[in-house]
Design a protein around this ligand. Structure first.
Ligand SMILES: NC(=O)c1ccc[n+]([C@@H]2O[C@H](COP(=O)([O-])OP(=O)(O)OC[C@H]3O[C@@H](n4cnc5c(N)ncnc54)[C@H](O)[C@@H]3O)[C@@H](O)[C@H]2O)c1
Length: 261
């Protein structure tokens, strides 16, 4: 009989989740705990991380800004001290302010890239260091975006460039860590109904920017609706699980069919 809990379960495994305080990250924390994992809930919003962790058995909260090198290193040290091992990283944290390209300042460009691109480098570097030291391999799942694969909406070039970097970091490091038994994959959501997406859309309207581009066109969302956060979390769980033992360097769209429309 096939052991489904063995394939897709996380009993005794430790999973670090960035951006775990709300939205997709919170759904990821909840699902991994349901699958048996002990979860380190990391978020720049320490109170939000605490609220999520306190409701989940075996979870602990860490206030962590993924763009800050010393804070990221200290967070991993604390997680290793508290849990003693690291089996998976699900990197969800990112920012996505919509900006008109021609009026965007270099400081605004840098602020987004610091979180989305440098942050991805830092959390991956520390995860790979910890997994190599543990000697048991591991799995990393980066939440990227369809915007990293294809221009999807307007006023989003800075974000799209950062998510293309996340996809490329996934591919580049997948080939460098395979010999250590570490698999690295990306999930590419299209549109997801979250607090962050709602706030970004409201801010965009307040800034006088219009939502346009291919994703808003007729027929471009074949499943006809936004994703729920849980539907992104299930893809993360699969890619981090032993059920995905022969998958590395992949980018899995979870986009309601947008990329093939
Ligand atoms: N919502 C969508 O439509 C959508 C679409 C494609 C991709 N994504 C990606 O999914 C991920 C989650 O998106 P969401 O909609 O749940 O966002 P969200 O804004 O609802 O949640 C993001 C979380 O990340 C945290 N965070 C922000 N900056 C951080 C930092 N510097 N360090 C640590 N934590 C930080 C926030 O505090 C928040 O808790 C992001 O990577 C996003 O780019 C979202």
């Amino acid at each position: 009989m096939t052991d489904l809990a063995g394939l897709f379960g996380f009993a005794d495994r430790v999973v670090l989740v960035t951006g775990g305080g709300r939205g997709i990250g919170r759904a990821v924390c909840e699902l991994f705990v349901a699958a048996g994992a002990r979860v380190a809930v990391c978020d720049i919003d320490g109170a939000a991380a605490e609220a999520v962790a306190s409701a989940l058995p075996g979870a602990a909260a860490y206030a962590c800004d993924v763009s800050d090198e010393s804070v990221v290193v200290a967070t991993y040290n604390a997680v290793m001290r508290d849990f003693g091992r690291l089996d998976a990283l699900v990197h969800v944290a990112a920012v996505f302010p919509k900006r008109d390209f021609l009026s965007m300042t270099a400081a605004q460009w840098d602020a987004l890239q610091a979180v989305n691109t440098r942050g991805t480098f830092l959390v991956m570097r520390e995860a790979i260091r910890a997994m190599k030291a543990g000697g048991r391999g591991g799995a990393i799942v980066n939440v990227a975006s369809t915007s990293g694969e294809r221009a999807s909406i307007t006023n989003n070039a800075n974000y799209g460039a950062s998510k293309a970097a996340v996809i490329n970091l996934t591919r580049s490091m997948a080939i460098e860590t395979a010999e250590d038994g570490i698999r690295i994959n990306a999930v590419l959501p299209g549109g997801v109904a979250t607090e962050g997406a709602k706030a970004a859309n409201e801010q965009m309207k307040a800034d006088g920017l219009v939502l346009g581009g291919p994703m808003t066109g007729p027929g471009r969302m074949p499943l006809g609706r936004l994703a729920e956060p849980r539907e992104i979390a299930t893809a993360c769980l699969f890619l981090a699980s032993d059920g995905a033992s022969y998958i590395t360097g992949a980018s899995l769209p979870v986009d309601g069919g947008f990329l093939v429309s």
